[in-house]
Design a protein. Structure first.
Length: 205
């Protein structure tokens, strides 16, 4: 309970920060939040953009970037996905690309069908995976990630807003644990460097 309270406060603060261009000032390091490092994620079953089951087994033995949002997330989500597209281009042809995946999780199953996820992800990298699921499955997944504060209010309510999506990137390791959260603004080269360093640390540990 304390874990979720701390994270809820942190994400409320982060949500107020504006999203800057993908290419930031190189004099600054890519910001990384490691408060959730080593937290395990339990089993889950969602549905991908092709209507097929996407389970926790597809996260094992891979380094997975997770973006929580929906197809109306606008600039925050698009900025995060654009940064990841640039990162994929930088590591293309290298060994790490073989075990790197991007998971875009729509927390709005009422409006985001598999077909709409396909359309939304089309401008980015074809290897990106879009998933959604039942409201209960999504809530449990968000809670397991320590991201309950990111779950949207029901569509059509007065409090419903996409402003809470700050476009950060969660990184899950090949052992199924959350490693870190990469925070905007993003610089593709710095993001790539931080990711590769995280991989090296993970192998050494």
């Amino acid at each position: 309970m304390v874990r979720y309270t701390i994270l809820a406060t942190a994400f409320c603060i982060l949500g107020l920060q504006s999203v800057m261009p993908v290419h930031a000032d190189h004099t600054e390091s890519q910001r990384v939040n490691r408060v959730s490092e080593a937290w395990p994620v339990g089993d889950f079953t969602l549905v991908d953009q092709y209507g097929k089951a996407f389970t926790s087994k597809r996260m094992l033995a891979r380094w997975s970037f997770i973006v929580l949002g929906n197809t109306r997330c606008a600039e925050p989500c698009k900025t995060a996905l654009t940064a990841l597209t640039g990162m994929f281009q930088r590591i293309a042809g290298t060994k790490p690309i073989q075990t790197t995946q991007v998971l875009f999780v729509s927390l709005d199953p009422e409006r985001d069908s598999p077909a709409s996820l396909q359309k939304y992800l089309a401008p980015f990298d074809k290897r990106f995976v879009g998933v959604t699921g039942s409201e209960q499955a999504l809530k449990e997944f968000a809670a397991d990630l320590g991201m309950s504060a990111r779950f949207p209010t029901p569509p059509g309510t007065a409090a419903a807003s996409d402003d809470k999506y700050n476009g950060s990137l969660l990184l899950m390791g090949p052992d199924g644990t959350v490693l870190s959260e990469f925070l905007p603004p993003f610089d593709v080269s710095l993001l790539t460097a931080e990711y590769l360093k995280t991989r090296v640390r993970g192998v050494r540990d």
